[in-house]
Write a protein that binds this ligand. Sequence first.
Ligand SMILES: Cc1ncc(COP(=O)(O)O)c(C=O)c1O
Length: 355
Amino acid sequence: SHVMFQCSGSEANDAAIKVIWYYNNLRGKPQKKKLIGRIRGYHGNTVATASLSGQPHMQADFDLPYGDRFLHVSNPHYYRFHEAGETEREFSARMAAELEALIEREGADTIAAFFAEPVQGGGGAITPPEGYFDLIQPILKKHDILFVADEVICGFGRTGNLWGCETYGITPDILTCAKQLTAAYQPLSATLISRPIQEALVAGSKKHGSFGHGFTYGGHPVACAVGLETLAIYEERDMVGHVRAVSPAFLDGLAAFRDHPLVGDVRGVGLIAGVELMADKATRAPFAPSRKVGVLVQNKCHEAGLIVRAIGDRIAFTPPLIITKAEIQDMCRRFGEGLDAAWAELGPEARAAAE
Ligand SMILES: Cc1ncc(COP(=O)(O)O)c(C=O)c1O
């Protein structure tokens, strides 16, 4: 029902955290403050959002997670973590059971919210397993725990719908977005809140004389003007329709690399996908991290004229939404060159293990 503007995705999620704590104080639940994130989830760089994220390198030696309000559940990365013979639905049920066990262990009266990206971006472009959000949402509802959808990557068309929440049937209490809100030409982010939360903010503002949150540059008029124009262009050009039209070429083009000896799995939706590099496909054994195979592939792709990002041994693809089918073909050709060059450089020992 209301939107609060800030300057970055981190600030949008940080504001969501503050608003959640404020809301629970105002509705007489001061004990209900813990937040659940997911291992490999990414929500930002501030003290609170890095604590909520599940990125070890952003926490180690930063003294994070800060305090005792941040909890984490497993990364729902089906390909890497499913047990032999476990279906996606069974895996999702195991993830949901883990969440419920955590809630029961900590006490639902101490837990305020669960944060999730519809598709995990910083974790390596990881799509949720089948049924995951369908199973998780009723558990959160039952325990009066808010669902915050972090749409900083997924928002505005990335998954083939305006929102990742539509793609995965999520009804969030709070939604955060940034990046594509201005096509990243200006720093602007937003925290969208539902009515009960907005009403609590109004009540709190009356109690305290004003709403005590805001940044000098939050909702900056230049950024907002660019945001409005960006949204107008998305509509004029039917950007969501375009994503849907080119998505099969993108997903099929990358899926063709499943047969490459370096590639264990390819998964994606809309215009976001992750390619998982594997030392041994049959046993799903990863390469030793010290070999930095992901970085090797990334560098070889750069040499082939393709900018990709290695996140560990996952190669993440989130091309501009305006990408054309011809550009997707070119992208895939260059990716193939990069993979082959990395494969050639890995040496006979690694190749023997992978074959
Ligand atoms: C899902 C998600 N949330 C939050 C952030 C943080 O946004 P920012 O870098 O604008 O602070 C990012 C950044 O990549 C992100 O991918």
